[in-house]
Write a protein that binds this ligand. Structure first.
Ligand SMILES: [Zn+2]
Length: 260
């Protein structure tokens, strides 16, 4: 076979492989992600509501820089977490630093009031309502955008959105944090090699500290919620969702911040 024909056949071969489109690959990744049906029967076995919420403070290994949302005033502009979850976040930050001294973990989001989760989920469902006739399918589709409130992680104070800083600058992750596109799937093969490596680095540090990853968003991890229970085959979740109305008063929160 002469070289030209061979090159031609290689090109044809490439075309055949490329007929698998980007959306085919993303559909395959979605099949591996857990949906609402995987969580709805998980119960909360160790209600640790006495485990308080604290506003997380920056340290040498953890920078707290809250994303401004419409509900920021409900949490006084802080990022609140269950206190054992905050402890694990410092461990994850330390793990990153042990791997590379120039790295820090940045926390941008944590507790979301249950009231806000309900509102966002209803909006997601409404936006998709005309695309799905089947109500179960509609719930699953809406859940992929905004978690169903009774299984959602952020309202438990156990879920976090984090990224990595190198010398105080965000490292390349392939998409900005909170970019709700398919490219944000942790295992997207359509991001740069650096972004892929940084996603794995974040996953490694967070899992080493006991967090469960969510493969639909490279920045989302949780401890003690239903996603965590399912990921680690735990008998149940540790924390239930809490409305801001049921949180300790702001004065109580302020007192909790003092000695850490
Ligand atoms: Zn999140």
């Amino acid at each position: 076979m002469d070289i030209w024909r061979r090159e031609d056949s290689i090109r044809r071969g490439d075309r055949t492989r490329m007929s698998l489109t980007k959306s085919d690959v993303y559909r395959k990744l979605e099949e591996k992600m857990l949906g609402y049906a995987d969580y709805e029967n998980i119960t909360v076995i160790s209600e640790e509501d006495e485990v308080g919420f604290i506003p997380v403070k920056s340290s040498a290994v953890l920078i707290v820089k809250p994303i401004n949302t419409g509900a920021t005033e409900l949490t006084d502009g802080n990022v609140h977490l269950r206190s054992p979850v905050a402890d694990r976040l410092y461990w994850a930050g330390q793990e990153l630093r042990n791997l590379d001294k120039s790295l820090q973990l940045e926390l941008v989001y944590g507790y979301r009031p249950l009231e806000v989760q309900r509102k966002l989920f209803d909006e997601a469902k409404e936006a998709l309502a005309n695309k799905y006739q089947d109500s179960q399918q509609l719930i699953e589709a809406a859940h992929r955008r905004i978690a169903v409130p009774d299984v959602a992680g952020h309202p438990t104070g156990g879920a976090v959105d984090v990224q990595i800083l190198r010398d105080s600058v965000e490292v390349e992750m392939g998409t900005p944090i909170w970019d709700f596109s398919h490219d944000s799937y942790t295992f997207s093969p359509f991001v740069s090699r650096d972004a892929w490596m940084n996603r794995q680095l974040l996953r490694r540090a967070m899992m080493a500290a006991g967090f469960a990853p969510f493969d639909g968003e490279w920045w989302h991890f949780s401890y003690g919620d239903k996603e965590w229970a399912r990921f680690y085959d735990q008998p149940g979740a540790l924390y239930s969702q809490v409305a801001v109305a049921d949180l300790p008063s702001r004065q109580d929160i302020a007192m909790l911040t003092e000695p850490r």
